[in-house]
Design a protein around this ligand. Structure first.
Ligand code: GSH
Length: 227
């Protein structure tokens, strides 16, 4: 990042709604790399009615992340937030910018992670949303785990080879997104098997020194975190 870009970013203050380990985590990681200020509001809507009520005024879907921009405008949808941040701070080098030959594939995979994988957690995290039957719920958990694994395989097979990160040699928002979403069920050990190319990348992002404090605060590597 160039020094004038860093100074501009550090004057910007965001409010980020979302508990540790949620889709707010890649957003926090992006804001950390950008150098912007972040006030965090730890809401866990799947756990507490109080948090759902609090979120309802900000996001009718009662989901996190919600990001309040310095202008006061509110954004939801993790992929859109990450794309917007990377576009808004081009000096941070977090995405191929409009006009870059890598832009189409970047947008394609950002959308893929959101729509093909992340969206399944609305069902996986609470299978009773689709069925009251406990056997059916177990089946839903198994089948969504398989579907997520297949999606990672499909994505892995199409990632370029020989680059440090998913789309090149610069760490970008797609890397942050995959690094966090790959930690959700069925978790990392399965992900490493299904997506060996992306496994190398997420391990590199886990170990990124600029993100050490962010990971420790927002998604610590503790217990049997890999699964
Ligand atoms: N499409 C949304 C999905 C957000 C989402 O599912 N967030 C989860 C936490 S990681 C949540 O708030 N779940 C509560 C619920 O869906 O009731 C996005 O990409 O931001």
């Amino acid at each position: 990042m160039n020094p004038s870009g860093a100074a501009a970013a550090s004057a910007d203050r965001y409010t980020l709604y979302g508990a540790p380990g949620t889709g707010a985590t890649p957003v926090h990681a992006a804001l950390t790399l950008i150098g912007a200020q972040v006030d965090v509001v730890n809401v866990a809507p799947w756990k507490r009615k109080h948090d759902r009520d609090k979120l309802a005024a900000l996001n009718a879907m009662q989901q996190v992340p919600v990001l309040v921009l310095p202008s006061g405008e509110r954004m939801t949808e993790s992929a859109a937030i990450l794309v917007w941040l990377a576009d808004h701070y081009p000096e941070a080098g977090l995405s191929p910018q409009p006009g870059d030959p890598g832009r189409a594939q970047y947008l394609r995979w950002m959308s893929f992670v959101s729509s093909a994988i992340y969206a399944l957690y609305w069902i996986r995290d609470e299978p009773s949303r689709l069925s009251e039957d406990e056997h059916a719920q177990a089946e839903i958990r198994d089948r969504t785990a398989e579907r997520i694994a297949t999606c990672w395989q499909i994505m892995d097979a199409q990632m370029p080879r020989g680059t440090r990160y998913l789309l090149g040699d610069e760490l970008g928002v797609l890397d942050l997104y995959v690094t966090v979403v790959s930690r959700w069920q069925p978790r990392r050990l399965r992900f490493y098997r299904e997506a060996p190319r992306m496994a190398e990348v997420v391990r590199r992002v886990d170990a990124e020194p600029r993100l050490t404090d962010c990971w420790a605060a927002r998604f610590p590597f503790t217990g049997d975190w890999e699964g």
